[in-house]
Design a protein around this ligand. Structure first.
Ligand SMILES: Cc1cc2nc3c(=O)[nH]c(=O)nc-3n(C[C@H](O)[C@H](O)[C@H](O)COP(=O)(O)OP(=O)(O)OC[C@H]3O[C@@H](n4cnc5c(N)ncnc54)[C@H](O)[C@@H]3O)c2cc1C
Ligand code: FES
Length: 269
């Protein structure tokens, strides 16, 4: 897939070290599905430093405006450079890449996001809710959003701006439910009528989501954020163990090409 030059059109801080970046990328926006990602060259122009592109989930897809949004946490060299990009600069982008979230089964969908993992769930939430009003929206979908502490809790604000129903939790109890976001999931699943669970976030959170959803017999899909090299299935640098079987017979999936979204029963967490 060829790379495309895309202009960064807006940038705003959502929380310390976390920014929302809007990019004019009509071809990406037209083709993108919720759960897919883009692969961005970090260095300007032909600069190959850092050498590897960085994968970023699509946090917003607006095909009619030709715009995509990304939520970037500045955690290392690559993401610090991307998060600091000023509007007017151009990025070299490949995408959309990967397999996105399958459509939900009948019943209410629960979308569980931890940290920047909530970014990849935003377009899915918007596609499930569609243009429905707040009452109907709540019967179709609920976002459950978690962070370690309230200063890092960027996602509920963005969900509110987009009219997406959400509950939230912080590990240290400084905002929302005091405790883990999976406490909220457990309570919602217990209340019944849940059609599908989707999740993206840290692996311990995904493991807990998998246990709760699979234990309750609810279809569950998770998105993995594994380090990547080629991004298109050629190098196996993003291999992740499949669940089931044992030893060498078990096999691996490639997160970039087979995922990043998998059925929770398919991968070992
Ligand atoms: C499909 C996909 C979607 C993603 N979407 C987003 C997103 O929407 N927003 C966002 O902020 N980030 C996202 N990420 C993660 C992001 O790509 C990595 O944080 C980034 O590649 C790290 O680059 P860096 O140069 O900043 O860090 P580096 O300097 O390379 O590493 C800094 C530290 O982060 C650790 N690290 C790096 N990459 C990962 C990783 N993938 N998982 C766990 N630890 C890692 C390193 O071990 C090191 O400790 C996504 C990753 C994938 C695979
Ligand atoms: S990053 Fe090369 S196969 Fe996935």
């Amino acid at each position: 897939m060829p790379s495309i030059a895309c202009e960064v059109t807006a940038r705003r801080e959502l929380a310390p070290e976390i920014v929302l970046v809007s990019v004019h990328a009509p071809a990406v926006a037209r083709a993108a599905e919720p759960g897919q990602f883009v692969f961005i060259r970090v260095g300007p122009g032909d600069a190959a430093d850092p050498f590897l592109r960085r994968p970023m989930s699509l946090a917003g897809i607006d095909a009619s405006a030709g715009q995509i949004d990304l939520v970037i946490r500045a955690m290392g060299r690559g993401t610090r450079a991307l998060a600091g990009t000023e509007p007017g600069r151009t990025w070299d982008v490949i995408g959309p890449l990967g397999r996105g979230y399958p459509r939900p089964a009948q019943g209410k969908s629960l979308l569980v996001g931890g940290g920047t993992g909530a970014a990849s769930l935003m377009p899915l939430a918007q596609s499930i809710v569609g243009g429905s009003g707040p009452q109907t929206a709540q019967t179709r979908m609920l976002m459950l959003l978690g962070a370690r502490s309230s200063p890092e809790l960027w996602a509920p604000g963005l969900a509110r701006e987009r009219g997406l129903p959400a509950l939230f939790a912080t590990d240290d109890g400084t905002a929302g439910h005091p405790g883990l976001v999976t406490d909220l999931l457990r309570a919602e699943v217990r209340s019944g009528q849940i059609g599908t669970v989707y999740a993206c976030g840290p692996v311990p959170m995904l493991r807990a989501v998998q246990e709760i959803a699979v234990g309750a017999g609810v279809p569950c899909y998770i998105s993995l954020e594994q380090r990547m090299a080629c991004g298109v299935g050629a190098c196996r640098g993003c291999s992740w163990p499949r669940s089931g079987g044992s030893g060498s017979g078990r096999g691996y999936v490639r997160v970039c090409r087979d995922g990043p979204v998998f059925s929770a029963k398919e991968v070992l967490l």
